[in-house]
Design a protein around this ligand. Structure first.
Ligand SMILES: [Ca+2]
Length: 547
């Protein structure tokens, strides 16, 4: 009898042990699965300069929520774009390809039938969503739910496009509305699958219309000026002197938020707002010359930084939501911007030029398996983002993607033979801001830029001259020095090798070859649904194609 009881107890113990092991094993299995397929929350902003984030040492603002991402994750100090404008960058983000391969070199429509990251994630079981600024002309593909701004979209009371050729309006400020749409997407997502959400802000794009709270916060701020606000473009005559993205000459009265005289109405009012003032009366004082440039810089930066603050607030709200809903532990959060941006360096605003502020973007990531407080100095690019999304989900990126997965770097490990240089190409010439077309190579220490329509080169030593003020080929003191000539030859070879490596055969160099189809509407074929709440809008964002 005793024996029987003992056996019984033993059986019970064994049974309990099996149950415990089973449950532990199950948990490990579930964790392994979750680690293989974490949620991916990709937050994208438009024109956010790396130098306007305090984690990157900003001299002009504080971004506590983005800093939190940096402190709890990985901050990439050398993150670059392939073509520093909106639409091409977005096509690269999805496809992991340079513009010459994804066929979006300028502001032309993306062919949604092409292969891209969201399609792979959707196929792998992810619930995929695209919210906010899209700017690719065609309807999003590969997303279970999408709700996107038409073209550039509006800062206030924005209209959105949704599946089924419909459009609706949501009242409020675009950054706040986009954030609320993101949270509503997370609230209503199927909870039994991982999600991939692309949350794309319009801010801080021109014309820099901030929300009222942040506008008030920055209204009287005195923003430090960059060293090169009054750059004379010496040694760099090829393209800078004729560019039309200068603080001095190219900000309109609309950009500067000047109030039109009351008597001006309609077209006249618009014309007045579109003009670029050469003198301005402020508080009874007439400003011109350098004083006017300084005033314009302050006006521009106050609104730009207030828009950035709205994005930072949004990141804070999203991180709080993840914390409150126990999602932070299995959600990778990535933050970056679609291109670089000038905060008055070289006397400029806008992007396009391959100088450092235009070439580099913020890139921050936090989440399961990602190193804590790590700084990666490796040269990474926006072609790497699509393969990284797939890498995080345990999917092997297709050969067609030209970038490299950053998953190892995110763990704080540097793979052998990481790329020693990046290749850049800007096509939009003739185009906005009269920026001449160019391509170039940036290594860890130098940069060579070639303006192909001008047959002109610029060569910079980034270690000695990080502000790129002295083109070694344009300065008589260095132009003919043997060391300059040998460096020039070496970089020209490296540039040619990169073009071969990435398969850039020069297509789209001539504007007659640019693919057709615009990205800015007019979107008249979309049926108006009127004003909607955030919840109603997410309700109609379900894509029929996803079923
Ligand atoms: Ca942009």
């Amino acid at each position: 009898m005793m024996q029987f009881i003992r056996t019984d107890r033993l059986c019970l113990r064994v049974l309990l042990l099996i149950l415990w092991l089973g449950s532990t094993g199950f948990e490990m299995g579930a964790n392994a699965n979750a680690a293989d397929q974490p949620n991916i929350l990709f937050i994208f902003s438009d024109d956010h300069a790396q130098a306007a984030i305090s984690a990157y040492g900003s001299r002009v603002n504080k971004t506590p929520h983005l800093d939190r991402l940096a402190n709890e994750g990985v901050r990439f100090t050398n993150s670059f774009v392939t073509n520093s404008i909106c639409t091409p960058s977005r096509a690269t983000l999805l496809t992991g390809q340079y513009s010459h391969l994804n066929a979006v070199p300028v502001f032309n429509r993306f062919d949604g039938s092409r292969d891209h990251a969201a399609k792979h994630l959707q196929k792998a079981g992810y619930h995929t969503g695209m919210i906010g600024k899209w700017h690719l002309g065609s309807d999003p593909t590969g997303f279970d739910r999408w709700i996107v701004l038409p073209g550039q979209g509006a800062y206030w009371n924005p209209q959105f496009l949704v599946p089924g050729n419909r459009k609706l309006t949501i009242e409020g400020h675009c950054t706040e509305v986009t954030t609320q749409l993101g949270i509503e997407f997370l609230e209503t997502r199927p909870k039994d699958r991982p999600f991939f959400l692309m949350l794309h802000h319009k801010a801080p794009h021109r014309e820099w219309a901030p929300d009222l709270k942040n506008q008030a916060l920055f209204a009287d701020r005195e923003i430090p000026e960059p060293e090169t606000l009054f750059d004379d473009y010496a040694t760099r005559p090829a393209a800078l002197p004729e560019n039309e993205q200068t603080i001095a000459n190219d900000l309109t009265r609309r950009d500067l938020k000047m109030e039109p005289p009351e008597e001006l109405q309609g077209a006249e009012r618009n014309r007045w707002l579109g003009e670029k003032p050469t003198q301005v009366s402020v508080g009874g004082k007439n400003l011109e010359g350098k004083d006017l440039v300084k005033w314009k810089y302050q006006r521009y930066m106050q609104d730009y930084l207030a828009c950035v603050q709205g994005v930072d607030d949004s990141v804070g709200q999203i991180l709080d939501y993840l914390d409150k809903n126990d999602l932070a532990k299995n959600t990778v959060v990535i933050y970056t911007a679609d291109n670089g941006w000038y905060l008055g360096e070289f006397g400029l605003y806008d992007k396009r030029f391959m100088y450092e502020p235009g070439l580099r973007t913020p890139l921050l990531a936090r989440g399961p398996g990602i190193a804590n407080g790590w700084i990666s100095k490796e040269m990474v690019m926006n072609i790497d983002l699509a393969p990284t999304f797939l890498g995080l989900a345990g999917i092997t990126p297709p050969e067609s993607m030209q970038g490299k997965s950053l998953v190892q770097l995110l763990k704080g490990q540097v793979p052998d033979n990481w790329r020693p240089a990046v290749y850049y190409r800007y096509y939009h010439d003739p185009g906005h801001h009269n920026t001449r077309a160019h391509y170039g190579v940036r290594t860890g220490t130098h940069k060579l830029i070639y303006y192909w329509k001008k047959d002109a080169y610029e060569l910079f030593d980034l270690v000695q001259d990080p502000l790129e003020q002295r083109n070694l080929l344009g300065d008589p003191a260095t132009a003919d020095a043997p060391s300059t000539r040998s460096l020039f030859e070496k970089l020209k070879t490296q540039l040619g090798d990169l073009q071969k490596q990435y398969g850039d055969d020069g297509r789209y160099a001539d504007p007659v070859d640019w693919p057709k189809g615009g990205v800015d509407g007019p979107f008249n074929e979309f049926k108006p649904l009127g004003k909607k709440s955030v919840a109603e809008a997410i309700g109609v964002s379900v894509s029929a194609a996803s079923n």
